[in-house]
Design a protein around this ligand. Sequence first.
Ligand code: CP
Length: 311
Amino acid sequence: MTETKELSSKHILGIKDLTAAEIQLIFNTAKNFKEVINRPIKKVPSLRDVTIANLFFEDSTRTRISFELAEKRLSADVVNFSASSSSVKKGETLLDTVNNILSMKVDMIVMRHPAPGACSFLSQNINANIINAGDGTHEHPTQALLDAFSMLEVFPDLKNKNVLIAGDIKHSRVALSNIFCLKKLGANVKVCGPPTLIPKFIQKLGVEVEYDIKKALEWCDVANVLRIQLERQEIKYIPSLREYSQYFGINKKLLNSLGKKITIMHPGPINRGVEISSDVADSDQSIILQQVENGVAIRMAVLYLLAGKRL
Ligand code: CP
């Protein structure tokens, strides 16, 4: 892999646009920031005088708090915007909203939006760095980066590691960004879920499909477990959550039957007792809270690298 010292784009819109070398640069930078945030004094002055607006048009716990903490650890000035308490409710367009915020001398935008492509649209129409914090069912690049970074704390390399993504693949931006990221890093990727929740084109991304969760778990070194996104399902894709849990839920009994110990991940929010049982989510096989911890370091790295390319 050829090394790089900077990102080629001034935005992070998706993992699809990043090279393996750029992903490695983000990981190397995040490693340094992880050391910083574990010090008694967790703050560095790298983004002093940079103003960042966090625009959340969709609910979030982890991503919103993680970006805000990352920005504050880097000494940036931070403003938070939540669509539910804004003039969006009075009919203001996305572009008008963002242009008004930018006229108050904001340098960078972190945005979560329910519309796939919303961040890409903004990047073509405004004059600020954009970081995609999740755009509908499309991409969630910083989640995939923190997921792969967390896997690399378990394994020295992801080349030829078997990674399973299990659950609602169809509606998941985490799945798509993870697939792009893991394939770029040389991992083998398999998806598993009910046929109605597996997109028909998925094999074109170099991904295998398995509908039997036990077989899929027997194959993998790591299972990244996703929730069923009922809020994005206008029609019923599964008969009931109870049946989903019965056929695809990951519980301790199932894991104990594998004859090997795999690593369990979940991007959150967890629906305990549906896609994952509590005795798995809270077990020593789970690195779910390490993922959340690493999210701050990854987002510091992305913000820091993009700030070097300010417009
Ligand atoms: N993983 C993730 O995006 O969680 P939030 O929706 O809470 O931000």
